[in-house]
Design a protein around this ligand. Structure first.
Ligand SMILES: [Zn+2]
Ligand SMILES: [Zn+2]
Length: 344
């Protein structure tokens, strides 16, 4: 089969011919219909996130059709449409038994620790293949399993409830999903903090209160708009010390700031006035859980979670096209998602 693989850190991905994977009793073989190209893939290629086993087929945002089913897999049959949960866990370590499989002692990420979806076929454990309803296009089924799943996890970690107010820092792919999920959960007022005029306009059009961080301190703007109260939940999706601090400062009493964006910078917090006095919380968010995916899939099936067609771009399973898409992720702030659709 054709696969597009990383052979050397810092180099372009290469087209390679590799054997179709052999499945075991607990696996399924999936014919890849769509594979999202994610910012993390650019980081793997560049060596910013470490990859141990090379060569490796990248790609962790995957949807397709079941080709072959292992004898122990009972919930799927050949030709079923599926999307893939990219975290493979053992199911038996102390974290897995508590439903915290993102900390699995022997956990593996598809497309990082083992071959991913930039290929015609992929082998995954049956437990990682979730039925994909006909209403959800393969391209959407692929990309929602990463960014949308992670913001759903962030809202869950922040214990976001109906009627609560929300501040979203960063209105790219993650922020766009976060807003739709919050609306689906009957949120209160939503404040979107951005510096990009087009994104501010899009956020305002979707019924949020757009906070232009170029004009003045977004914390002051949110405080003023909430009559000094602050918000119940803040989602930080950018990953900079400045916006992380703003996400904490815009919280009201009992507010929760969920941090999703990655940064190596440190932040300073004044514990008494900024956290203790308000009983505010800062919550780290890492990946998502298999148990959250049925709800995510249902929100997409019912149309509450959408991805406008103009934000999706399609490329072939072809190394030059995929490398170009990864290059554009590295230097662009625009959040158009590129999806690989292998030609049959
Ligand atoms: Zn991803
Ligand atoms: Zn485990």
């Amino acid at each position: 089969m054709r696969a597009v693989r990383l052979a050397q850190i810092g180099n372009s991905l290469k087209d390679q011919d590799v054997p179709i994977p052999q499945i075991g009793a607990s696996d399924v073989l999936i014919g890849v219909a769509a594979a999202g190209i994610c910012h993390s893939d650019a980081h793997y290629r560049a060596g910013i996130s470490k990859i141990d086993n090379l060569p490796l087929t990248l790609g962790h945002e995957i949807a397709g059709r079941v080709e072959e089913v292992g004898s122990d897999v009972t919930h799927l049959s050949a030709s079923d449409r599926v999307c893939v949960h990219y975290l493979i866990s053992c199911g038996s370590c102390e974290f897995c038994v508590r439903g915290l499989e993102q900390f699995c002692r022997s956990g593996q990420m598809i497309g990082k620790n083992r071959d991913g979806g930039y290929a015609e076929f992929i082998k995954v454990p049956g437990a990682n293949a979730f039925p994909l309803p006909d209403e959800i296009a393969f391209e959407i089924g692929a990309i929602m399993m990463c960014s949308s799943a992670t913001v759903l996890h962030a809202l869950n970690k922040a214990r976001f409830k109906a009627g609560e107010s929300l501040a979203i820092f960063g209105f790219g792919g993650l922020g766009f999903s976060a807003l739709q999920l919050a609306l689906a959960f009957d949120c209160g007022d939503v404040y979107v903090v951005e510096i990009n005029p087009a994104k501010l306009a899009a956020a305002a059009n979707m019924g949020t209160i757009a906070i232009d961080a170029r004009t003045s301190d977004p914390v002051e703007q949110i405080k003023e708009a909430t009559a000094g109260t602050g918000v119940d939940v803040a989602l930080e999706l950018i990953g900079s010390a400045k916006t992380i601090r703003q996400a904490v400062l815009c919280l009201g009493r009992l507010g929760r700031a969920a941090l999703v964006g990655l940064t190596a910078e440190s932040i300073s917090i004044f514990p008494y006035p900024e956290l203790i006095n308000k009983e505010a919380e800062i919550i780290g968010v890492s990946d998502h859980l298999a148990t959250e995916l049925p709800m995510l899939i249902e929100l997409a099936r019912s149309g509450k979670l959408r991805f406008p067609p103009e934000t999706l771009r399609v490329v072939d399973l072809d190394a030059p096209q995929i490398n170009a898409a990864l290059d554009s992720l590295q230097d662009s702030i625009d959040h158009v998602r590129t999806v690989i659709v292998p030609r049959v």
